[in-house]
Design a protein around this ligand. Structure first.
Ligand code: TRP
Ligand code: SF4
Length: 404
């Protein structure tokens, strides 16, 4: 059971600057960010230190990719006024928290994270037996905890990193959340909630602590969320008191799994840079048309007069993402009866992707020509992020009994 996030509305997510984005990123991540940015307090950042864990030999590539990544975000509709956009290395508090967390994180927790061994075998030609690479998920934990985020939108492969973050937060709170006179402070805070609510809180807490009633725990948290006459510090105490642990300094975040919008690539496999089957977010129109026209089709259709089967064709996969039902019927009928040729079949697809990318390319052009504006966004966003991050660090060092 988790300590409830006090900033349930706070969202943190990052992306590594390792090259231009493609339609897989757009459909899998960015559209989701654009949807969330107005409903949540979003912190989106460029994880340049994370890129360094694997690309430490070629830092120039990372530096070049930072602005390019920002352009891709903005072109896709991520807004610097709706969300806080910044660069990880511009907020050194991430590194400070990472260092402190590293002192209390068991080595085995990091060694058992599946991405650790996976990536080492996948990314051949790179020496990833480094201290920094082992710490990759812990740096990610620091990224999240430094903003006391409630939600972390990530793909499936990253859920284990959010799980680790929760465990690290729990351990931190357990070690450093002890406060002299904690129980007295809690009892006093409870009495400030008013008689009825105080009684309700006590009975819900008891139900959870004595019977493990998790529904009661959820109810008690909701009750606390709605309290207006107690301070934030008291609220945090009472969240911790519910579970018998002490004060929650670093709340546990939750992963918000982005619906597996598995974007098919040019060859029918999942779109991915490592498969070389991508369409770039800023793919020039003629290049896009060329890529679609040269896509492989059902091999049974060697000649125009040979009938085919869309199920065996990567072009059809893209139709399922981009075209409407009417077009789908046209493709299926036309393919199976050899009524249409593959060139015909590909045209509506080219049109649909062009229509999607037109406004994106248009916006990107504006930002490509205004590097000053990009720097302003990064500076302002990083400053705003620092402000939140430094407040968390104050809580953290105080809890660890370091003085500033
Ligand atoms: N590891 C993430 C990825 O590869 C990027 C990342 C770094 C991240 N820090 C984060 C994502 C914090 C969410 C929250 O995609
Ligand atoms: Fe693929 Fe369309 Fe050609 Fe059929 S007609 S093989 S679905 S490209």
């Amino acid at each position: 059971m988790s300590a409830s996030p006090q900033n349930n509305n706070r969202v943190v997510s990052g992306m590594r600057p390792t090259g231009k984005l493609h339609l897989g990123h757009y459909h899998g991540v960015l559209k989701n960010w654009v949807d969330m940015q107005h409903d949540y307090d979003c912190f989106f950042f460029i994880a340049d230190w994370h890129a360094l864990t694997t690309h430490y030999e070629t830092p120039q590539g990372i530096a070049d990719s930072v602005e390019e990544l920002l352009i891709d975000w903005l072109a896709a509709g991520v807004s610097p006024t709706a969300a806080t956009l910044f660069v990880q290395s511009h907020v050194p508090q991430h590194a400070e928290l990472h260092l402190l967390l590293s002192m209390m994180t068991p080595l085995s927790w990091l060694q058992r994270v599946p991405t650790y061994k996976d990536q080492q075998t996948k990314l051949t030609g790179r020496d990833l037996t480094t201290y920094g690479f082992l710490g990759y998920p812990l740096l990610q934990s620091a990224d999240i905890l430094i903003y006391k985020a409630g939600l972390v939108p990530v793909g499936e492969d990253q859920v284990v990193h959010v799980e680790l973050t929760r465990e690290v937060a729990r351990r931190f709170n357990h070690f450093y959340g002890q406060e002299a006179g904690f129980e007295d402070a809690c009892e006093q805070a409870i009495s400030k909630m008013g008689k009825k609510n105080a009684k309700l809180y006590r009975s819900l807490r008891k139900a959870f602590q004595e019977q493990g009633d998790t529904e009661a725990l959820d109810k008690a948290r909701a009750l606390l969320d709605n309290q207006q006459n107690i301070s934030i510090a008291d609220k945090e105490r009472l969240f911790g008191y519910l579970e018998g642990i002490s004060k929650v300094i670093l709340p546990e975040p939750e992963a918000k799994l982005t619906k597996a919008a598995k974007m098919p690539g040019l060859d029918g496999q999942k779109m991915s840079k490592s498969y070389g089957n991508t369409i770039g977010l800023r793919e020039p129109p003629d290049e896009l048309a060329r890529k679609i026209r040269t896509m492989p089709t059902d091999p049974a259709r060697a000649r125009r007069t040979d009938p085919g089967d869309p199920e065996k064709c990567p072009v059809w996969q893209l139709h399922t993402v981009y075209t409407d039902d009417k077009t789908h019927t046209w493709v299926i009928d036309g393919c199976k009866t050899a009524g249409i040729g593959c060139i015909d079949c590909k045209q509506p697809l080219i049109d649909a992707i062009q229509a999607e990318l037109d406004p994106i390319r248009e916006r990107a052009k504006r930002y490509e020509n205004d590097r000053n504006y990009l720097q302003t966004i990064i500076n302002q966003g990083s400053e705003a992020a620092q402000e939140v991050a430094s407040t968390t660090m104050e809580d953290v060092v105080k809890a660890m009994q370091f003085s500033r």
